[in-house]
Write a protein that binds this ligand. Structure first.
Ligand SMILES: Nc1ncnc2c1ncn2[C@@H]1O[C@H](COP(=O)(O)OP(=O)(O)OP(=O)(O)O)[C@@H](O)[C@H]1O
Length: 269
């Protein structure tokens, strides 16, 4: 489990105050209060339909809040559009696959910098990304569609670095992946935080998500019902029973089948 090693006081990077939002007449978010601390991984968990993806959309600007405030680096960004928020360093990786399958990995990563309109900067950042993600360097010339689901997700995460993001929103990055690919994706999330990025993660694989997170936030019915450290929520039997799909997990059942440090998939429905 990683820890926040800096001795400086934790800084609020993003704050949601009483945010309400929905897609039509009804509200899905019913007053979200949430803080993301700079340099941390924060994981949103909660039952299906509780509003996790909708919360990410109100942060990236795909959805405007009906009321309440979204504050990023001290600025009220509630009324800004998605492009304006992107330029401030908020990058959203949606749940669905978003690479262009017929383009190469390198072309896909470079496309991530299309708003930069600066070929030299894109080339520089490509070098940095290729050095940070061996998979991206190794498969640079391969068509994205020929990569496995986990590899594609890793490329999507790597691509966010084209915009030198401050806050990366990841919507269920591990969905549909086999255990090995999941481990690789969660490792890249840990690496992002270690390199100074802040991550807000939505995960159905709640145990795995909390295991790589400094902070865990539980959503229910469009409201935050619980906040704690990732480790604290993981070890709380009541949280386990209510939100992690099972009671407190017994310690390793068999020495010969030690669980992955990231835990197993725990469906919530
Ligand atoms: N584009 C949309 N138009 C209308 N309703 C939507 C739309 N997207 C989501 N909803 C509804 O909003 C509610 C919350 O959805 P959201 O995707 O935020 O939940 P979630 O917590 O991420 O759930 P899940 O774990 O199932 O992805 C659901 O009832 C969903 O049907």
């Amino acid at each position: 489990m990683m820890t926040h090693t800096t001795s400086e006081p934790a800084k609020a990077l993003l704050t949601l105050d009483g945010v309400t939002a929905g897609y039509g007449a009804g509200l899905i978010l019913r007053g979200i209060d949430l803080t993301v601390t700079a340099g941390q991984v924060t994981c949103l968990i909660g039952p299906n339909g509780s509003g996790k993806s909708t919360t990410l959309k109100t942060i990236s600007g795909l959805l405007k809040p009906a009321s309440g405030t979204v504050t990023f680096q001290g600025e009220d960004i509630s009324r800004l559009n998605a492009r304006q928020r992107l330029l401030r360093g908020i990058v959203h990786v949606p749940q669905d696959r978003s690479l262009f399958p017929a383009m190469t990995v390198r072309e896909n990563v470079e496309m991530g910098g299309y708003v930069l309109r600066d070929r030299r900067l894109v080339a520089e950042r490509w070098e940095h990304i290729a050095a940070s993600f061996p998979l991206v360097a190794d498969r640079a010339g391969a068509h994205a569609g020929s990569l496995s689901g986990g590899e594609q997700k890793t490329v999507e995460i790597a691509r966010t670095l084209m915009l030198d993001p401050v806050l990366i929103l990841l919507d269920e990055p591990s969905i549909g992946l086999d255990p090995k690919s999941r481990t690789a994706v969660f490792r890249s999330i840990t690496d992002l935080a270690a390199s100074g990025r802040s991550v807000l993660l939505v995960e159905q694989n709640s145990r795995s998500g909390l295991a790589v997170s400094h902070t865990g936030v539980v959503l229910e019915g469009g409201r935050v019902v619980l906040t704690g450290t990732g480790a604290g929520l993981l070890s709380d039997p009541e949280v386990g029973r209510l939100y992690l799909g099972a009671g407190a997990r017994p310690s390793a059942p068999l020495a010969s089948s030690a669980p992955s440090p990231l835990g197993d998939r725990t469906p919530q429905d």
